[in-house]
Design a protein around this ligand. Structure first.
Ligand code: GSH
Length: 193
């Protein structure tokens, strides 16, 4: 088995990278020179024709054709969780994991990064998340997993990209960000990003 994750400096590749670091999944890291446009030309565009990172390649004899190539951070996360992370082993578990990863990458990401949505959506989402995150419980089950990786990664972007946003009305979100920043696997990835 060989896993290669392609990403760039300060890119969304940090999300699946964090998951692999947390779970002790062995992988190679291929950092593209995005300033030089390496992500928009072959050979990378044979992996993601849209020229965006992250992308993941796994080579293993049991895979159809001997390998699988994936783009979209959410698809990569869910693949890793099911194949290497011991998660998503039933339809119900898979459905819940997909729910949270899609929530993070579609609903939460849009509320944060699309300025016209931020004012309208942000307080509503944060209020509900703050309730769900009380006590530091994982979003699914008893153990930190792919759902937490996706949602917490976006929450931890808040002080990086939006230091002006006052998070004091959301103490559990603040505690989640602080706990994420303390995780050794998260620190390793953020140091290298
Ligand atoms: N929805 C995609 C977004 C991918 C994306 O926009 N990646 C950025 C880096 S964070 C990128 O590759 N930008 C370079 C470009 O669009 O040329 C995902 O989650 O993987």
């Amino acid at each position: 088995m060989a896993l290669t994750l392609y990403g760039g400096a300060r890119s969304r590749a940090s999300m699946p990278r964090w998951y692999m670091e947390e779970r002790g999944i062995a992988y190679s890291w291929q950092q593209l020179d995005m300033e030089a446009g390496e992500h928009r030309q072959p050979p990378f565009t044979t992996i993601n024709p849209f020229g965006k990172v992250p992308a993941l390649v796994e080579e293993a004899p049991e895979l159809p054709g001997g390998s699988v190539q994936l783009f979209e951070s959410g698809a990569i996360l869910l693949y890793l969780a099911e194949r290497h992370g011991g998660e998503c082993q039933s339809a119900a578990e898979r459905g819940l994991a997909q729910q949270w990863v899609l929530f993070a990458n579609a609903t939460l990401a849009t509320a944060l990064f699309v300025p016209s949505n931020r004012e309208r959506e942000f307080p509503r989402l944060m209020t509900v998340l703050d309730g769900l995150l009380a006590g530091g419980r994982p979003l699914i089950g008893e153990r930190w997993g792919v759902a937490d990786c996706a949602v917490h990664a976006y929450l931890a972007y808040l002080p990086i990209f939006f230091p002006q946003i006052d998070l004091s009305p959301y103490p559990n979100v603040q505690a989640t960000i602080a706990a994420t920043q303390q995780r050794p696997a998260y620190q390793r990835v953020m140091r290298q990003r």
